[in-house]
Design a binder for this molecule. Structure first.
Ligand code: FAD
Length: 345
């Protein structure tokens, strides 16, 4: 690890990986960001600007694009694309305590939805499940719907409502300081698309003109109708030759095939296309979304011989076939390298 003194507003932090003899690969340099300016004990009040569905079609899930006005608060101008912020839902939990902070990814570029970093957006999805008894006193035959506290609150708010926010959070899931020095593979499942919406707008519609780096986005979704921000992503792909938008639809049969594809399945199936890109030392992988995708991505990278670039794998796992790695072994025995950015929840 090489530490350099901060210069030009960025803390320069380069980790140099030794690969084969004489060959070195520099990990991306990340910008310095502001963190935890606003704490849960003293949240700021944001006004709801708009709250609209952002799915491609009719679906069993409900996901919104929520825009919040943080002007005149400590959060104005404080976010970077890739970070998240905290939301405190009104009311109290079943123990009579104020609800805990839930985090939501920033879905806009660093200059916000309004170009002045006063309006920040996110992508809340309603969490709806069947009620599962939690305490001995709960009725085991109660099958009413369980509605997640904060996600449903955020999906319900209307223009003019007030929302309590904290943050910003996150200092690693960021675009590099020099965006031109790298190519990008963005992997999203569901609301994991939120940070990539912001990053893509930042890379492709920035004030200094579009970044010409190669950018591939793979969006994973159960059904085509669940795709999020699909109009925007199709438009960006049509307007920018360096941006490639792929979809992995898991529950719809494909032409000539009985099953759909998950994100890692698409990378594997189209490895002639993705292999050279992943093998290129300019490439950074970003993965955001469901926790389980991390496991399948790590297995896929190792099986394809790409673990040196993206993962630090402990010796006991190296002795096993990647396909046999369990999720707990992966959790304990693998650390992503600086070229593999993860935000899973
Ligand atoms: P909660 O009320 O907190 O429920 C949480 C869990 O409890 C549920 O999974 C539910 O299964 C279970 N549960 C509790 N009691 C019961 C019961 N009686 N019966 C059945 N189940 C029960 N989410 C987004 O939608 N968009 C984002 O952009 C986003 N970004 C994130 C970024 C980060 C960095 C992180 C860490 C998380 C992010 N999340 C995002 C997830 C978000 O923080 C919340 O976890 C999510 O919205 C659910 O919160 P909730 O309050 O609605 O659910």
């Amino acid at each position: 690890m090489v530490h350099c003194a901060p210069r030009g507003g960025y803390a320069l932090r380069i980790r140099v990986l030794r690969l084969k003899k004489g060959e070195i690969m520099a990990e991306p340099i990340l910008p310095d960001v502001q963190m935890n300016l606003v704490r849960a004990s003293d949240p700021v009040i944001a006004g709801v600007v708009s709250n609209e569905l952002c799915m491609r079609g009719k679906s069993a899930s409900f996901v919104k694009h929520l825009v919040l006005d943080v002007g005149n608060t400590a959060l104005a101008g404080a976010f970077r694309a890739g970070q998240s912020f905290g939301v405190i839902a009104p009311g109290v939990d079943e123990r009579g305590k104020p609800h805990k902070v839930r985090l939501y990814s920033v879905a806009c570029p660093t200059w916000g939805e309004d170009g002045a970093a006063q309006h920040v957006s996110t992508t809340p999805k309603r969490l709806i499940e069947e009620f599962v008894p939690q305490k001995p006193a709960d009725d085991p035959d109660d099958h009413q719907l369980f509605r997640g506290v904060c996600s449903n609150y955020l999906c319900d708010v209307r223009a003019g409502d007030e929302v309590r926010l904290t943050g910003p959070n996150g200092k690693r899931f960021l675009l590099p300081a020099d965006v031109h020095a790298h190519d990008y593979v963005f992997l999203a499942t569901g609301t994991g698309i939120a940070p990539f919406r912001g990053m893509l707008l930042e890379l492709l519609e920035g004030r200094d003109g579009p970044c010409s780096s190669r950018i591939d986005l793979v969006m994973g979704s159960p059904y085509t109708t669940d795709l999020l921000y699909d109009d925007l992503l199709q438009r960006l792909a049509a307007e920018h030759d360096n941006f490639h938008y792929h979809t992995a639809i898991s529950r719809e049969p494909r032409r000539g095939k009985p099953t759909g594809l998950y994100v890692d399945g698409l990378l594997n199936e189209q490895f002639d296309y993705f292999g050279p890109l992943l093998d290129n030392e300019r490439t950074i992988i970003y993965l955001c979304g469901l926790m389980g995708v991390r496991v399948s991505l790590f297995r896929m990278l190792a099986a394809q011989g790409l673990s040196d670039a993206y993962l630090q794998v402990n010796a006991s796992l190296l002795a096993k076939r990647p396909g046999d790695w369990s999720s707990s072994e992966i959790r304990k025995g693998i650390k992503p390298s600086g070229r593999c950015m993860l935000e899973v929840y």
